[in-house]
Design a protein around this ligand. Structure first.
Ligand SMILES: [Zn+2]
Length: 373
């Protein structure tokens, strides 16, 4: 069942968001999909062009089971997720959908971040921490992050400030444990708008659009399989599955039936400690917006060239460039490349690994969805 077409690296991995978007739309049309664009109402790309969430729909309109694949939740990670979706369409993915299964591909759920080479939205919000109850005013606390914030986001970007951050992180790990440190850093925080993993104080534009997309395209669905493509965790070019269904329940077992239990279970731990208690995930957004349906699924991460803490270093740099970099800093262009390369490598060898494995992971999930009753 796996498509045998050669991997078209140059034709899928795009140099800019605008090129990625055009290719996504072309591929969707050529594959017979229905397209739907949600154009950003207040922001544009760095070239002045329109930015949008594009949605491609395939299969029966009232499908009871829907394969929902998303890319660009973390903006620039879309440079890796977009090719994966394009490849699926170009290699006949829609034709291989099992009977009764529809596909919903969401391109650039965070189009500002994708277009502007950032992990966050236009408001420095980590979209994958934004789906919490803002109106209720009960945003999760993260005291561990608060103590580290100044070291994470220094005024100056230098070897000395990096070393100071590393000393602060090490001291926290020594005093409270590695698990506490990782949880504090990555879980999400709601008190430092110029920090990393900031979940915001209101629903982002992309958050509201996701609700509209779910309202339109999932209203007949009884079973939804969500696959959100990311990068930055794991060994270079290798996939890591992070499922957010509850370990051991029926939906978790459903996810295991697609990719294998050992592989799914391995994603419950990062570096030997339990995964952070992430809050406000896109996956949780889909659960809220499609309450009538069972929602199973995962984030799939592809590891990049660097270790986890170095990916974290790139995130700090992303935020520093936004808030602290002096005007005309001669290092800006090199730093921007560093941030992009930390999340989507330009190395064709890495790109081939990603695309080839993503084909298999897509196919395993889609065929698994055909068996879900
Ligand atoms: Zn990500």
């Amino acid at each position: 069942m796996l498509p045998l077409e050669p991997l078209d690296i140059a034709g899928t991995f795009a140099p800019t968001y605008a090129v990625a978007r055009a290719r996504f739309k072309d591929a969707a049309r050529a594959a017979g999909g229905t397209l739907d664009a949600h154009v950003h109402d207040s922001h544009r790309g760095p070239d002045g062009g329109e930015i949008a969430i594009d949605v491609a729909r395939f299969g029966p309109e009232k499908a009871e089971t829907v394969f929902m694949a998303i890319c660009g939740t973390h903006g620039l990670e879309g440079y890796c997720g977009s090719p994966v979706l394009i490849d699926w369409m170009r290699t006949g993915g829609a034709k291989r959908l099992p009977k009764g299964v529809g596909a919903l591909l969401v391109h650039a759920i965070n189009p500002w971040g994708f277009a502007h080479n950032s992990r966050t939205t236009e408001s420095n919000v980590d979209l994958n921490r934004n789906f919490v109850d803002h109106e209720g005013g009960k945003r999760p606390e993260n005291a561990g992050y608060a103590t580290l914030h100044d070291a994470i986001c220094p005024a100056e970007w230098s070897d000395a400030s990096r070393a100071a951050y590393e000393r602060a992180a090490l001291a926290t790990a020594k005093e409270k444990g590695e698990g506490f440190l990782i949880d504090s850093l990555f879980r999400g925080q709601y008190a430092h708008p110029d920090g990393v993993f900031y979940g915001g104080t209101k629903r982002e534009w992309s958050n509201r659009k996701l609700e509209e997309i779910c309202g339109t395209h999932l209203k007949h669905a009884r079973r939804v399989g969500v696959l959100d493509w990311h990068t930055g965790i794991g060994k270079p070019g290798e996939p890591v599955i992070l499922t957010f269904n509850t370990a051991g329940d029926g939906l978790y077992e459903q996810v295991c039936s697609w990719w294998g239990k050992d592989f799914v279970d391995a994603g419950l731990f990062v570096k030997g400690v339990p995964r952070p208690r992430y809050t406000g995930l896109v996956f949780q957004g889909v659960q809220q917006f499609a309450k009538h349906a069972q929602v199973a699924g995962a984030v799939i991460e592809f590891g990049t060239k660097v270790e986890r803490m170095d990916t974290f270093h790139a995130l700090r740099l992303d935020v520093w460039l936004k808030f602290k970099a002096p005007k005309g800093d001669p290092r800006r262009a090199a730093f921007e490349t560093e941030v992009r390369e930390a999340f989507s490598l330009s190395d064709p060898g890495w790109q081939r690994m990603v695309l080839g494995q993503a084909r298999l992971l897509h196919e395993q999930m889609v065929q698994g969805l055909g068996r879900w009753r």
